[in-house]
Design a protein around this ligand. Structure first.
Ligand SMILES: Cc1cc2nc3c(=O)[nH]c(=O)nc-3n(C[C@H](O)[C@H](O)[C@H](O)COP(=O)(O)O)c2cc1C
Length: 148
């Protein structure tokens, strides 16, 4: 069993969350992979797929949306999955993690955690204080959900 943390990131903040989650999933073998380098054929039954995206205009980025379309042909059956996004703290900020989670579920994945938002200070970041600690804690929740 392996964990694939697949992310898109323009300024590095989502990448930082993804690599922190991958490191915090130890002892599970885990790799943070940029969405352009991810091959859906690498997903095996019972693997964990975590998808992370910045919110762009109230939704996931186009590359993440493309990935979700590519995964919508039965490749997620038996795969455990969860999603996170990065966003600014605005009154109306839209959502990406919930949309990704709903799509993964509709495409057959077994969702093991609620969608998780991580906050940046502005479009280019940096992440707000405490967000990487939150990423570590969320990864531990994922581990616990995999091995109840
Ligand atoms: C074109 C664009 C649109 C954005 N739209 C939203 C938005 O609708 N809601 C939000 O909370 N943040 C929005 N943001 C802020 C991003 O979420 C922020 O840039 C991102 O979390 C940074 O992550 P990254 O460093 O991985 O790219 C937007 C940023 C850009 C560049």
């Amino acid at each position: 069993m392996k964990a694939h943390i697949v992310y898109d990131s323009a300024y590095g903040n989502t990448k930082e969350v993804a690599t922190t989650i991958a490191a915090s999933l130890d002892p599970l073998p885990a790799e943070a992979v940029p969405v352009g380098d991810f091959n859906p054929g690498d997903l095996a039954l019972s693997d964990l797929l975590v998808v992370g995206s910045p919110i762009n205009g109230w939704r996931p980025t186009p590359k993440i949306t493309e990935l979700l379309s590519a995964l919508g042909n039965g490749q997620l059956d038996g795969v455990r999955a969860a999603a996170f996004d990065t966003r600014v703290r605005l009154f109306i900020h839209g959502d990406a993690a919930r949309k990704i989670t709903e799509t993964l579920r509709a495409d057959g994945a077994h969702i093991i955690a609620k969608p998780m938002p991580f906050y940046v200070r502005g479009s280019e970041g940096p992440l707000r204080p405490g967000e990487l600690e939150k990423a570590t804690a969320w990864a531990k929740e994922l581990l616990a959900a995999l091995h109840p």
